[in-house]
Write a new protein. Structure first.
Length: 78
């Protein structure tokens, strides 16, 4: 990912995180929090997906089935 995109995404994530946690921080600190959080979160998510790939597939299948049932009940059931 280009460094500019990382900075923009990090700034947005840091801004949102500092607001959700009710922390007052300056702009560089907010950006740093977001960039580090994106790196940490990305590593954790990739590790979880690698370890629990089958579980995430199962959850995706259940969510897909729920969506199909909702569409069927909403649009095709008379």
């Amino acid at each position: 990912m280009p460094i500019i995109a990382l900075i923009i995404i990090g700034a947005a994530a840091g801004f949102l995180a500092t607001r959700l946690m009710r922390i007052e921080a300056d702009i560089p600190t907010t950006m740093l929090i977001g960039i580090v959080g994106a790196l940490v979160g990305g590593l954790i998510l990739r590790t979880l997906l690698a370890v629990m790939g089958w579980l995430s597939g199962f959850v995706g299948a259940v969510l897909g089935a729920l969506l199909v049932i909702w569409i069927w009940q909403t649009y095709f059931r008379r």
